[in-house]
Design a protein around this ligand. Sequence first.
Ligand SMILES: [Zn+2]
Length: 60
Amino acid sequence: MSIQKCTKCGQYTLKEICPVCKEKAVKPAPAKFSIVHSQKYGKYRRELMKQAKERTKAKE
Ligand SMILES: [Zn+2]
Protein backbone atom coordinates (compact mmCIF):
# COMPACT_ATOMS: atom_id res chain seq x y z
CA MET A 1 0.00 0.00 0.00
CA SER A 2 1.34 3.45 -0.85
CA ILE A 3 0.29 7.06 -1.07
CA GLN A 4 -1.55 7.88 -4.27
CA LYS A 5 -2.53 11.28 -5.57
CA CYS A 6 -5.70 12.12 -7.46
CA THR A 7 -5.02 13.23 -11.03
CA LYS A 8 -8.00 15.58 -10.96
CA CYS A 9 -8.19 17.38 -7.60
CA GLY A 10 -4.79 16.51 -6.10
CA GLN A 11 -6.25 14.71 -3.08
CA TYR A 12 -3.90 12.21 -1.46
CA THR A 13 -5.34 8.79 -0.79
CA LEU A 14 -4.22 5.23 -0.04
CA LYS A 15 -6.65 3.86 -2.59
CA GLU A 16 -6.54 3.79 -6.38
CA ILE A 17 -9.67 5.88 -6.66
CA CYS A 18 -9.97 9.37 -5.21
CA PRO A 19 -12.42 9.43 -2.27
CA VAL A 20 -13.42 12.99 -3.15
CA CYS A 21 -14.17 12.98 -6.88
CA LYS A 22 -13.83 9.25 -7.78
CA GLU A 23 -11.11 9.94 -10.33
CA LYS A 24 -8.09 7.70 -10.75
CA ALA A 25 -5.27 8.29 -8.27
CA VAL A 26 -1.62 7.63 -9.12
CA LYS A 27 1.66 7.64 -7.23
CA PRO A 28 2.90 11.25 -7.13
CA ALA A 29 6.55 10.52 -7.93
CA PRO A 30 7.24 6.78 -8.34
CA ALA A 31 10.70 7.25 -9.86
CA LYS A 32 12.04 9.21 -6.91
CA PHE A 33 10.34 7.18 -4.21
CA SER A 34 12.88 6.02 -1.63
CA ILE A 35 13.12 4.62 1.90
CA VAL A 36 13.69 8.15 3.20
CA HIS A 37 10.51 9.28 1.53
CA SER A 38 8.51 6.33 2.79
CA GLN A 39 9.60 7.15 6.36
CA LYS A 40 8.39 10.70 5.86
CA TYR A 41 5.16 9.36 4.42
CA GLY A 42 4.74 7.18 7.52
CA LYS A 43 3.98 10.27 9.56
CA TYR A 44 1.92 11.78 6.76
CA ARG A 45 0.01 8.53 6.32
CA ARG A 46 -1.12 8.54 9.95
CA GLU A 47 -2.31 12.12 9.53
CA LEU A 48 -4.11 11.13 6.34
CA MET A 49 -5.85 8.21 8.04
CA LYS A 50 -6.94 10.52 10.86
CA GLN A 51 -8.33 13.02 8.36
CA ALA A 52 -10.08 10.24 6.47
CA LYS A 53 -11.77 9.01 9.64
CA GLU A 54 -12.95 12.49 10.52
CA ARG A 55 -14.23 12.98 7.00
CA THR A 56 -16.17 9.72 7.21
CA LYS A 57 -17.72 10.76 10.52
CA ALA A 58 -18.79 14.10 9.06
CA LYS A 59 -20.73 12.33 6.30
CA GLU A 60 -22.75 10.21 8.71
ZN1 LIG B 1 -10.01 13.80 -6.71
